[in-house]
Design a protein around this ligand. Structure first.
Ligand code: FAD
Length: 389
């Protein structure tokens, strides 16, 4: 096996950041190979799965434009002008994100976005390998070991590994065995469950499509983002442990679909009426945990570097995890252009992006408190209204 040429880069993970980074680098003339542990999502039958969506903001769109992906992605995006707050008494209020429709965010379908980005990466010249997950790394000899469903392990040489393999990154784990990354994770004592609002019998959206809907209820809440197939993905955020004295439910007391229906009927009655399969969704979908990952070191000299969730997973309440991961991709591609020495490029990339990622992680935690509490607060609404004048 020949060692790769000096323009070769190996990306681990063909998710959102991996696909965008592969495109940006291939367009700049890098020889890019990508290893993904899952199957190619473009080849799967279009079985009806869960529709998970993400809020795409200007930071993310900037990277998509540079990758030549913005037009294809925006063709399936739904505009969200602001937060539509659903109060406990049934009133609603749209709090715009900006002055007009030039300052909005967009709801995009995660699966569709990934498929579009993979097509674009391949067209740019990146070579994608599916069903090959990184298992271990011999950094001294620059050999990476991958495995797939056939149970065979493959040893493949590399010059540099770029970890775009998400919050549970295998590359991060391998790097941590070589050097102390000063890694710590803070998990929230809240988790989430995804549900779905289907289209109306006539095929229309059942509630205002151009908004991010929020049902704030103090220490817990529910949100809904539109999909271009006229559905909404609803996410229920609850504490892990109920606080019965304060009347706050938790996943320890809301255990079944029937419990969830009773909670919705009581606390989110307008939403409950829109989710006919609430019991099945609740029982069938996994409960997701929420956490923030902090590292003080994102690279191992010039041999490995981390981007996106692998470097700085965050709680989703600012809708910026993917957007921030896309910004990493632009920054890393630019730093690799500036110097031939990869260790220098990675150190400069970390120096630029780590403080930004920390700031966004902090804002995401703060926004959680705001979405849960303050958007239901009259003083805050008045203040927002005055800001809009
Ligand atoms: P991922 O998307 O996790 O991709 C990692 C890829 O690596 C996957 O394809 C995985 O299969 C692959 N992989 C994993 N291990 C290996 C291995 N060993 N070898 C090879 N491949 C491997 N962000 C937003 O910007 N807006 C939002 O509205 C938003 N909402 C969110 C809602 C929720 C409930 C959650 C949990 C997150 C949300 N995020 C949002 C955050 C966003 O999902 C992540 O920040 C984003 O997916 C990070 O992209 P990534 O490419 O770094 O990681």
């Amino acid at each position: 096996m020949n060692p790769p040429n000096d323009r070769h880069l190996t990306i681990i993970g063909a998710g959102l950041a991996g696909a965008v980074l592969a495109t940006l680098l291939a367009r700049r003339g890098w020889d890019v190979e990508v290893y993904e542990k899952r199957d190619d999502p473009r080849k799967r039958d279009l079985e009806r799965g869960r529709s998970i969506n993400l809020a795409l903001a200007e930071r993310g769109r900037n990277a998509l434009r540079q990758a030549g992906a913005d037009e294809a992605v925006m063709a399936q995006a739904v505009m969200m002008r602001g937060r539509m707050v659903h109060f406990a008494d049934g009133r609603t209020d749209l709090q715009r994100y900006g002055r007009d429709d030039s300052e909005v965010i967009w709801s995009v379908h995660r699966g569709e976005l990934n498929r579009i980005l993979l097509d674009i990466a391949e067209r740019a010249g990146a070579r994608l390998h599916f069903d090959l997950g990184l298992q271990s790394v011999d950094f001294d000899n620059r050999i990476a070991h991958y495995g797939g469903r056939d149970g065979q392990s493959r040893a493949i040489p590399f010059r540099t590994l770029i970890g775009a393999d998400g919050a549970g990154s295998s590359l991060r784990q391998a790097m941590a065995a070589e050097t102390d990354l000063r890694e710590r994770s803070d998990f929230l004592d809240h988790s989430y469950k995804e549900l779905e609002i289907p289209p109306s019998p006539g095929g229309d959206f059942l509630i205002e499509p151009n908004a991010l809907h929020i049902w704030p209820r103090g220490r817990y809440m529910c949100i809904a983002l539109p999909n271009d197939e006229q559905t909404f993905t609803v996410t229920l955020f609850l504490p892990n442990a109920a606080d019965p004295e304060a009347g706050v439910p938790g996943f320890d007391t809301i255990r079944t679909g029937a419990d969830a229906r009773a909670l919705f009927d009581r606390e989110f009655p307008d939403a409950s009426a829109l989710i006919p399969r609430l019991e099945q969704d609740f029982d069938g979908n996994p409960t997701g945990v929420l956490g923030t990952l902090y590292l003080d070191r994102w690279h191992l000299d010039g041999r490995a570097v981390l981007v996106g969730d692998a470097a700085h997973a965050m709680v989703p309440f600012h809708g910026q995890g993917m957007n921030c991961a896309f910004e990493d991709c632009v920054a890393l591609a630019e730093h690799l252009d500036r110097t031939a020495d990869r260790a220098t490029a990675f150190a400069a990339f970390q120096a630029e992006r780590l403080p930004n990622a920390r700031a966004i992680q902090h804002m995401a935690l703060e926004n959680y408190l705001e979405m849960r509490d303050r958007v239901d607060d009259d003083d805050y609404l008045i203040q927002r209204a005055l800001e809009r004048l």
